[in-house]
Design a protein around this ligand. Structure first.
Ligand code: NDP
Ligand code: PMR
Length: 395
């Protein structure tokens, strides 16, 4: 099957196409790796309809479960094993470009954590990412059940987790009414922040277990969430207020769909979600960096004006935005270049400092950027953390 050839873990997505009932019960990796690793996958795995290409999986599992430093190499020539990086939203734009950039070094195996298997498979193929360097694993961040299922499936793979990149996002600037996630949270904050918050919290243990020399958790931020910049002062401006809407569950019924409790505005909801992303990264750093040694980082990769992020914007905006950013603000960056920047944050030995919000200057050199007052407020970060953990069922 074409689908099966496209990934090391094709079964689940064949199943997705065949019928929903198997999706929850079926372990993507459970079936794939059972022969190779443990043989402990029983009824749920057997409910799947298709058999995977065990050979391909066996080769990958062997490659990625070896110790971080391969001691069998000749003395003095210790080689680092392939790192495993999970990238959410790797089906397009920045996530895809980062997956490509990392995969083509041959040093990384990329788990493309995406909601649309076919789209991701086609995108990986079109980008020329070699099959042995990626795996597609289903993740819909607008459903907390899906996030938990993803974590289960990932764990069954017995792959190590060396770096997690929270990249996926939705932006609904023209929406007149809010849309909601499966659990009833306004969809921009629900997906971009709450889905990632649960994912990162659950996978922290897995990251901590990694024996890779540099373990990292990266959450993509943005200039437009930072009101200490010109871009961040374009209305509507990000502002989390006293978090009354978030505390109320962002459901638009007995609470506002907006974090600050105000009227719904899709563009503001996106910018607010980016503030939450940047605050979450810093709160992770404060709570866990010392204890775990994990590097927590965020970044603004530049204005990648051509990505699918603007798919819901009016056509005129989509036409004018790239030249505006290229020739007027000069903030434009290509998807390829932005992918290389995020790939640096994943893998560069020089970018291991934790708690940093990275940006790049005109000569494409990275530097530690300043966050706005709100996006660097420790008290707000603590409150966002505490309210978010209640909303996602962790407290
Ligand atoms: P794209 O729209 O190209 O990529 C967004 C990705 O998120 C897609 O893969 C999309 O999947 C995925 N996604 C959306 N909703 C969900 C969901 N519910 N579950 C799982 N995946 C989902 O946009 P960009 O590449 O531009 O955005 C990537 C990141 O970069 C975002 O965090 C954005 O905030 C950030 N950023 C972008 C800038 C820019 O100028 N473009 C500037 C600064 C930051 P699908 O393909 O299925 O829709
Ligand atoms: Mg902006 C240096 C100026 C600069 C930069 C780097 C960006 C980035 N923008 C800048 C300036 C301006 N923008 C100015 C002066 C205007 C008014 C004309 C302007 C407008 C504007 C709009 C309407 N810009 C936008 C929008 C969007 O819908 C985008 C957005 O806010 O998405 C959330 C956007 C962006 N401008 C950027 C970047 C990076 C974005 C989008 C991406 C993001 O934050 O994820």
């Amino acid at each position: 099957m074409a689908l099966q050839a496209a990934s090391l873990i094709p079964t689940s997505f064949s199943i997705l196409k065949e019928g929903k009932s198997c999706v929850k019960d079926c372990s993507l990796f459970g079936l794939s790796l059972s022969d190779t690793l443990k043989g402990d996958f029983t009824s749920s795995a057997l409910r799947c309809k298709f058999q995977p290409k065990i050979g391909a999986v066996r080769a990958e599992a062997a490659a990625t479960t070896s110790p971080a430093v391969n001691k069998s190499a000749p003395e003095g020539k210790k080689t680092l094993r392939k790192g495993t990086v999970v990238i959410t939203g790797a089906s397009s734009g920045l996530g895809l470009a980062t997956a490509k950039s990392l995969a083509e070094t041959g040093k990384w195996h990329v788990i493309m954590a995406c909601r649309d298997f076919l789209k991701t498979a086609r995108a990986a193929k079109a980008a020329g990412i070699a099959k042995e360097n990626y795996t597609i694993l289903h993740l819909d961040l607008s459903s907390l059940d899906s996030v938990r299922q993803f974590v289960d499936n990932f764990r069954r793979s017995e792959l190590p987790l060396d770096v997690l990149v929270c990249n996926a996002a939705v932006y609904l600037p023209t929406a007149k009414e809010p849309r909601f996630t499966a659990e009833g949270f306004e969809i921009s904050v629900g997906t971009n922040h709450l889905g990632h918050f649960l994912l990162a919290r659950l996978l922290l243990d897995d990251l901590n277990k990694s024996d890779y020399p540099s373990k990292r958790l990266i959450i993509v931020g943005s200039i437009t969430g930072n009101t200490n910049t010109l871009a961040g002062n374009v209305p509507p401006k990000a502002n989390l207020g006293d978090l009354r809407g978030l505390a109320g569950g962002l459901n638009g019924l007995n609470s506002s769909a907006m974090i600050d409790g105000g009227d719904f505005d899709g563009a503001k909801a996106y910018k607010d979600s980016k503030v939450c992303n940047m605050l979450t990264m810093q709160e992770f750093h404060r709570r866990y960096h010392e204890e775990t040694g994990i590097t927590f980082a965020s970044l603004y990769p530049g204005c990648i004006a051509t990505t699918g992020l603007f798919r819901e914007h009016i056509p005129l905006f989509r036409t004018l935005f790239p030249p505006f950013q290229k020739y007027i603000t000069k903030g434009y960056v290509s998807e390829d270049e932005a992918g290389k920047r995020l790939a640096q944050v994943v893998s560069e030995p020089s970018l291991t400092k934790s708690g940093v919000y990275w940006s790049w200057n005109k000569t494409s050199a990275s530097f530690e950027n300043q966050l706005s007052e709100e996006a660097s407020d420790p008290e707000k970060a603590r409150k966002v953390w505490e309210v978010s953990e209640k909303l996602v069922g962790l407290a």
